[in-house]
Design a protein around this ligand. Sequence first.
Ligand code: MG
Length: 474
Amino acid sequence: MNDKKLPLKPPRHLCLLFLFLGMYLTSAQTNKQRPPNFVIIFADDLGYGDLGVYGHPTIKTPNLDKMAHEGQKWTNFYAGASVCTPSRAALLTGRLPVRSGMASNKQRVLFPDSKNGLPADEITLAEQLKKVGYGTACIGKWHLGHKEQYLPTNNGFDYYFGIPYSNDMDATGGKNYKEAAKEGPSAIKIADYNVPLMRNTEIIERPAEQNTITKRYSEEAISYIKKNKDKPFLVYLAHNLPHIPLFASQAFSGKSERGLYGDVVSEIDDGVGKILATLKEEGLADNTIVIFTSDNGPWLPFKTHGGSAGLLRAGKGTTWEGGMREPTIFWSPGKIKPAVITDLGSTMDLFTTFSKLAGIKIPENRIVDGVDLSGPLFEQTKSPRKNMFYYRGTDLYAVRLGDYKAHFITEGAYGQFGEREEHSTPLLYNVNEDPSEQFDIAAEHPEIIEQINTLVAEHQSKLVKGKDMLAERE
Ligand code: MG
C-alpha cells in the first residue's frame, strides 16, 4: 500500500465557521449593494373614498388597511391626469402628458383603432431601471398603444401579461352597460367586450376572461417576483378593474355589502395581501418598495358600479380633486416610516424617486416633472413637491400651490358637473381646509392668485407641447 501522507486539514468545525462567515459577508455585501425592488400596484378608476383605510363604510380592504398602518398613507397624492392614457404616460415617464403628446383635446384616451402610442423617445421608468440590470414586468392594463412598437416589451419591460387598452373597449354591441348593471351581475357578459389578453406580443385569449383576470394578474406578479428574486426587479401591476364592466371571481362574487363594486375591490385587496406575503416569505420585504394607488378618480355616472371620491368633489375626467387625488399607500417594512403624510406627491414622482434609489441619473435633455420623495418616505422630512398642474387634454385647467388651488377653467365630465367655463378671476380654494372645494375665497386672497399666476407664467414659458399621439384613428 502506498503510504502517502494526507495533506493537513483544518478541523471540520472551523471549516463550517469560515463557510458561514463567508456566506454572511457575501449576503451583507449584496444587500448593501443591491438597489431596492419596486412594485407598483395601480388600480383603474378607484376613488379616493373606496378603501376601508380611506373611510369607506362597507368596502372591506383588510390587506390595504394593514399595508397603510405598516407603511405610509398619503392624503394629497395625485395622478398625472384624470383619465387612463395620459395618467399612465405620466406615471411611467415622470412627465406631464402634455409634454409627451399623450394628452389631446381631440381624443381623451387611446382606442382599439388608434394609430399611435407612447413616443419611442420618451424614457419610461422601466427603461431607466434596465440601465442597471433590473428585471421588469408589466402586468395588467397598458393603454399606451396596442401596436407592437408601442407595447410594454418595446418600452423597457422584459415581460408583459395583460390587456392593451380598457376592459370596456372592443364592445360587440351587447347590452348597454348601465342597463345590464341594473339587471344584476349575471347580465354583464364577458363576450360583450372582445378585449384581447396578451403575453408579451401575442394574443393568448380573446375575449379576455374577465371574471378571473384580477386573480390571474396577482398570481402573475407573485410568480414573476419568485422567479426574479435574485436580481432587482420592477413589477408594474396595473389592474384593469374596478373600471367598468365589473367582474369578480367566484370566491368574491356576492360577498361585499357594497355590491359588485365592493367584490371587485376586495379581490384586488386580496391580491395585495398575497403579494406582500410573498415578499415577506421570500425575504424581500425590507428591500422592496411597494406603492398602491389609482390612475384617476371614480367613474361616477355608473352609479353603484362606479366608485366614490369620498369627500372630494366630482370624479374621473374632471380637474376637481375627485378626478385626480388618489388613495395612495407606500410600504417597505423597516425602511418606510409608518405615518400619514399630508404633503403633496404625484405618480410622476415615482420615476424620479425610484431612479434615484436605483442610482440612475434623471435625464437632462428634457423636463422631468417628478420630484424625489425619499425625504418623506425615509427621513420624515417634507415633500419637495409644492405644486401640481391639473391638465385636461392639453389645456391647463387648475393649479395647486401649497394649500391653495386655483381653477382657471372648470368643466364636468360624462354629462355631470356642468359645462366648460373659463374664469377671468380664477376660483380659489384652500384644499387643506376645504378639501371638497366648496368655498371660493378668491376675493379674499388676490395675493395667492398673483403667486399662482407667476407660477403659471414660469411653467408656460418652458412648456413645449408634444405632438398629439392620441388624435389619429384608423
Ligand atoms: Mg382609469
